[in-house]
Each structure stands twice: as structure tokens, then as C-alpha cells.
Design a protein around this ligand. Sequence first.
Ligand SMILES: Cc1cc2nc3c(=O)[nH]c(=O)nc-3n(C[C@H](O)[C@H](O)[C@H](O)COP(=O)(O)O)c2cc1C
Length: 149
Amino acid sequence: MAKLGIFVGSVYGNAQHVAEQVEENLASQGYDCELFEDAAVTDFTESDAILVVTSTTGQGDVPPNLEFVYSDLKDEFPLLNQKPFAVAALGDSSYDNFCGGGRHMHELLLELQGNAVADMLEVDAIETLEPENDVVEWVNGIKDKLFAS
Ligand SMILES: Cc1cc2nc3c(=O)[nH]c(=O)nc-3n(C[C@H](O)[C@H](O)[C@H](O)COP(=O)(O)O)c2cc1C
């Protein structure tokens, strides 16, 4: 069965919690997932499908625990050969670069020739106190595309 790599970028734990809920939900349905909090490039290349759940920090930046692999992916530029991927971005629309971290990841995975199975999901901290509900529901709507291979 295809294996989904769930890649987390989180500063204070919100995105981490969301990613754990997504993993739990998918695992309870029998899907094969692995959560990466400190990923390497090979974790991206060896997963059959990629789900990024990331917040934004600084001025539209990816969180520190994702920034090394983000920059390694840019440097090494491993082509993903239409590997299915999706990005769920947690942000706060009171900041200038709303969901900038997620947008950076989404754009990079497109440049690496991944296959975006959905538009990036933007979850606004101003609008929801329970981002895990939005993201779990969204992932359930696209899981057939992520696990298609
Ligand atoms: C110092 C700081 C900078 C932030 N910068 C942005 C930003 O540029 N754009 C955005 O959409 N959200 C920004 N946020 C909001 C966070 O992304 C949001 O609160 C998110 O839920 C935090 O999730 P985390 O606990 O997983 O890091 C910022 C938050 C902090 C504390």
C-alpha cells in the first residue's frame, strides 16, 4: 500500500497537533502514514505521497524545524516525478504574509514536479480555534488522490 509522509512545520505546536490528528484519523481508516518533524530530503523522495502541515513564522517564513529540509530540497532539487502532494497551511490573516510558510512549500513542491492534488488549504487562526477539524475534513476529501499510487 502507498505510504504517505506527513511533514510538519510548527513553532508552538499548533501545526504539530493538527498533523498528529490527521495521522491518527488516517491510521484509524487503515492508511499507512508516517509523521516527520525533522525530515530529511530522502523522507520526501521515499514517501509515495506527501502531505505538508505547516504554520508560518517570522515574516511569511517556514518554521525552523522545516527550514533546513526546505533549503536542502532547493539545493539538491530532487525531481518528484508527479508524486502526489498537498499542503495545509496554518496562519493568521492579521499578518502581512498570510500562510507564507505553506505557500513556500507548495511552490517548491510544484517546482520539483510534484502533482498538487488540491489547492493549498489556508487555515486562519482568526477564524477557527480548532484547525484540526478543518484539516482532517479536508484531508479526508483528498485522501483517495493522495493514496492513488
Ligand atoms: C512570531 C510570529 C510570526 C508569525 N508570522 C506569521 C506570518 O507571517 N503569516 C501568517 O499567516 N501567520 C503568522 N503567524 C501565525 C502562526 O502561523 C499561527 O499562529 C499558527 O497557528 C502557529 O502554529 P504553530 O504553533 O504550529 O507554529 C505568526 C505567529 C508568530 C507568533
